[in-house]
Design a protein around this ligand. Structure first.
Ligand code: ADP
Ligand code: MG
Length: 394
């Protein structure tokens, strides 16, 4: 993260506005922020019409932006090498190799495709969201850009519309077949809450998550690795889930209730490869509801074992964990965590651990020691406190 580790004023709108001025020779019309996210539970369920429970991180991507009358895009990021990326008016088509700039360019493209009156854009980004760590820097970038365009061009879009357009940018322009969780979290999370999202109808409930008040904290352990098979494995899991749903005659695996799981597995004997996938999705949707029940009952400690069961399911049934994530989870649990699981797509990225305040140091030290002993790079460990969703900051 070169930008925020460099000298000068801390990450914030003043610094990002000044950087915009340095790049473009004039100040921005405004600065907008969107957060990274961590998912408490509900993994790989968002492309099965299921339930997810993310919270916004205090880490944000800031977008300083100004409109342009010529329809062109000039895109710059303090976190990407290579200077300003210019996209002339009329040259905005999917499939062009724009590198990182495909994310913001894709948002403009998705908005224009939707018939929205979006002209040109000068954009400068600064971010404290770790990239490629499963904490959704891509959605933070997209949603910050989408909110900036909404402000610059007076679009009046709702939060879920912003998220939809951002997802379309990532799916159809960048070419990543992600679900709707990340962009919705960046757009709709609120301070002090986790967001219970039904990814079928996109209804949501803000679930109070006052871990501090219970003497608890949620540690995020960024393993700093991402294994090469991640993207192909994601597409494969997704296709397997869709095949199973078709075979079972339901629109999506969300439609298989927890009590129907044994029958569903029996019906899939010829498709043996997909049975573990179905078992994960059905039990994971159930675990989200169980976690919600514990939180609603004011018993967040009781959510711990559900997180750990979720990890076992992702590791053994969905097969998307890896040595570093398993080590983070196993070590955190052995050092006293109440529960721990990988979070995000898998094959690297981050894990979360629910710990007593008093156990924070011990768990953190144990994970660091175990990573060093295994010869892995030092993990990044921090506490996640639910922050605000996307908003204007200047
Ligand atoms: P994640 O969303 O988990 O961080 P992704 O692979 O989905 O991982 O997205 C990471 C990619 O998003 C980066 O490789 C880069 O192309 C782009 N990206 C994210 N944040 C920024 C940023 N601040 N500046 C430039 N590109 C960024
Ligand atoms: Mg992403």
């Amino acid at each position: 993260m070169p930008a925020h580790e460099a000298a000068g004023p801390p990450h914030g709108p003043a610094r990002t506005g000044a950087a915009f001025h340095a790049v473009y020779g004039a100040g921005p019309a405004g600065v907008w922020a969107a957060p990274g996210r961590v998912n408490l539970i509900g993994e790989h369920t968002d492309y099965n019409d299921g339930f997810v429970l993310p919270l916004a991180l205090p880490h944000t991507t800031l977008a300083a932006a100004a409109p342009r009358t010529d329809g062109a895009l000039r895109l710059h990021s303090g976190d990407a090498p290579g200077g300003v990326v210019e996209v002339p008016y009329g040259a905005l088509t999917p499939g062009r190799d724009l590198g990182w700039a495909a994310y913001p360019a894709g948002v403009v493209w998705a908005m224009r495709e939707a018939g929205l009156p979006v002209g040109g854009l000068d954009l400068h980004l600064d971010s404290t969201v770790p990239t490629g760590a499963g904490l959704s820097s891509s959605a933070a970038l997209e949603v910050a850009t989408a909110l900036a365009l909404d402000g610059l061009y007076g679009l009046g879009l709702g939060r879920q519309e912003l998220a939809r357009l951002a997802q379309r940018a990532e799916n159809a322009f960048v070419g990543v077949p992600c679900g709707i969780m990340d962009q919705t979290a960046a757009a709709r999370c609120t301070t002090g809450h986790a967001l219970l999202l039904d990814t079928r109808d996109l209804t949501a409930r803000q679930v109070p998550l006052d871990l501090t008040g219970h003497g608890l904290r949620l540690l995020v352990i960024d393993t700093r690795v991402r294994h090469a098979l991640a993207d192909g494995a994601y597409a494969e899991r997704r296709a397997g889930c869709e095949r199973a749903a078709r075979h079972l005659g339901v629109p999506a695996l969300r439609d298989i209730g927890y009590g129907q799981l044994p029958d569903a597995l029996d019906a899939l004997t010829e498709l043996s490869g997909v049975r573990p996938l179905v078992r994960h999705i059905v039990t994971e949707n159930h675990r989200v509801q169980e976690v919600i029940a514990r939180l609603d009952a004011g018993e967040p400690r009781a959510a711990g074992p559900l997180l750990t069961a979720g990890h076992a399911s992702l590791r053994d049934d969905f097969a998307v964990s890896c040595a570093e994530l398993d080590l983070a989870v196993d070590t955190a649990l052995a050092a006293g965590a109440l529960g721990a699981r990988m979070t995000g797509g898998g094959f690297g990225g981050s894990a979360v651990a629910l710990v007593e305040d008093a156990a924070e140091q011990e768990v953190t030290a144990a994970v660091r020691t175990a990573f060093a002993a295994a010869g892995h790079a030092a993990p990044r460990v921090f506490t996640a406190r639910p922050g605000p969703g996307a908003h204007r900051v200047a």
